[in-house]
Design a protein around this ligand. Structure first.
Ligand SMILES: Cc1cc2nc3c(=O)[nH]c(=O)nc-3n(C[C@H](O)[C@H](O)[C@H](O)COP(=O)(O)O)c2cc1C
Length: 180
């Protein structure tokens, strides 16, 4: 039941309190998130935790492709997480060839699962999150010192919520499913 509550009640949070999030709490969230399933248990998700205000502001200003909403989202949150994935492991054979016709799809798929596990874990500790897909990958990599061997999968704002938004409307079950 608690699990279902988290799945349904977690919301994207775009306004945060200024309270800091302890390193211990962030490590607990990562501890939980690492139990997310992944391609052949390859565990390619990596978490770069940014609490340094200058670095965070640099990303907000220079890596959000002038999308001011994300600039504000990042500036509001006390923590910004860069979720990256080690490149060309998930969905690939050891010799570097794609293991399925889906190519690089599975790398993003694994990142998505890890991302949701991270966000749900954060919710469990009373924290809000916002997944952001609008960013300049090269700029994020440069500012957050992400190695060339990784791709940036998403940015995640993290902090104690200062708003309680309603759930945006969901499609009907009949619109999104079919039984054969
Ligand atoms: C892959 C992905 C990218 C997203 N990118 C952004 C973003 O760049 N900026 C933003 O404000 N919200 C972003 N969102 C949040 C969605 O708008 C949000 O999840 C959706 O409206 C449903 O709301 P909920 O998370 O409260 O259920 C993103 C969500 C996902 C999963």
């Amino acid at each position: 039941m608690e699990l279902l509550k988290g799945i349904k009640e977690r919301r994207s949070i775009r306004r945060y309190k200024s309270d800091k999030v302890s390193k211990e709490t962030i490590e607990k969230i990562i501890d939980n998130a690492r139990y997310a399933p992944s391609w052949k248990n390859s565990q390619t998700a990596r978490y770069t935790i940014i609490t340094d205000e200058k670095v965070k502001a640099d990303i907000a200003e220079n890596a959000t492709m002038n999308f001011s909403k994300n600039m504000n989202n990042i500036n509001s949150a006390p923590v910004l997480v860069v979720l990256s994935t080690v490149d060309k492991i998930s969905g690939y054979n050891p010799d570097g060839t794609a293991a399925t016709p889906m190519g690089g799809h599975w790398q993003s798929f694994d990142a998505g699962i890890a991302c949701e596990a991270f966000c749900l874990s954060a919710y469990e500790y009373g924290l809000g999150t916002l997944i952001m897909g609008i960013f300049n990958e090269d700029k994020v990599k440069e500012i957050a010192d992400i190695p060339d061997s990784e791709r940036v999968s998403a940015l995640i704002a993290l902090g104690y919520p200062d708003e309680s938004p309603r759930a945006p409307k969901r499609k009907e079950i009949s619109e999104i499913s079919k039984f054969i």
